[in-house]
Design a protein. Structure first.
Length: 282
């Protein structure tokens, strides 16, 4: 017998079927449901899911409600930690300094942004993005901020940023050395989200998570809101993993700003990686 613990109400749900998606007590979605797990592990079965994700009857009887051990290899966790660190640098360094420089150089046009002819640029690892103006690279600046032991795990890294029309956006690309094993999508997503939550002055944090696919790449899309300095903001964190490569697109804007929302939507809709199909969110 296997169980899934609901992260909202802590109820233990007996896992009898692969179709169980919501908690039997609070009726909220189970974050570790088989449907979402299968997207990330298409080669595995429901029985694998029960063994690798669920709690056993023996664990429940002993009161050991931690997940089964040994699911993520150490190298994968390192990759996720790097993803979290890049998020810290994006929020703390880019927003604080690089974006100020960008605004000083370019500013905003008087022509309504959604009526302008935008710039379509090619960025790291075959990424194509359309933005009001070309994004600028800050990868070297960020990489120099990383500890030497972390730098040694990165084969290539670049960061591009754009700020204007009420929104801030960054595209972060990183490719790890073969010793890492593979980029840890879940670790990077969880790390990025946790670091955003922990930023000084951030509270009333709310978010939803969904899985996406672009060609043979699996991705995670996290959208939500938070309050900082008395202002409520919206954010979007979209991450795709492809072997040793990790693609992160991050944006924020004031809640209710329709112009900023339009800019964000158009940029995300333009996001493509060479060799992969258009993304589809579940």
């Amino acid at each position: 017998m296997y169980y899934l613990k609901c992260k909202h109400c802590n109820h233990l749900n007996e896992v009898k079927s692969e179709y169980m998606v919501v908690c039997g007590l609070c009726n909220r979605k189970l974050e570790d449901n088989f449907k979402d797990w299968k997207v990330r592990h298409p080669e595995k079965t429901f029985e694998d899911f029960q063994r690798e994700v669920c709690l056993t009857e023996e664990q429940v009887k002993k009161g050991d409600l931690s997940k089964p051990a040994g699911k993520k290899n150490k190298k994968g966790i390192i990759a996720g930690a790097i993803g979290a660190l890049l998020m810290v640098l994006f929020i703390g360094l880019l927003v604080g300094e690089f974006i100020k420089t960008y605004k000083a150089q370019f500013g905003d046009s008087d022509v309504p942004v959604l009526e302008q002819q935008w710039y379509t640029g090619s960025y790291a690892s075959g990424v194509s993005l359309t933005t009001p103006k070309a994004m600028k690279s800050a990868g070297a600046m960020l990489r120099n901020q990383l500890p030497e032991e972390v730098q040694a795990l990165i084969k290539e890294m670049d960061v591009y940023s754009y700020s204007g029309y009420g929104m801030d956006l960054a595209f972060i690309f990183s490719e790890y050395v073969p010793e890492v094993g593979k980029a840890d999508l879940e670790g990077a997503a969880e790390g990025a989200l946790n670091e955003l939550k922990k930023q000084r002055g951030v509270f009333d944090f709310k978010n939803d998570k969904a899985y996406a696919q672009m060609g043979n790449m699996i991705g995670i899309v996290m959208q939500g809101t938070f309050v900082k300095g008395g202002t409520e903001y919206e954010f979007n964190i979209t991450i795709y993993a492809d072997g040793l490569k990790l693609y992160q697109l991050v944006s924020s804007n004031k809640k209710g700003d329709d112009i900023a929302r339009g800019v964000v939507r158009r940029i995300y809709d333009s996001f493509k990686v060479a060799g992969h199909e258009e993304s589809k969110t579940e």
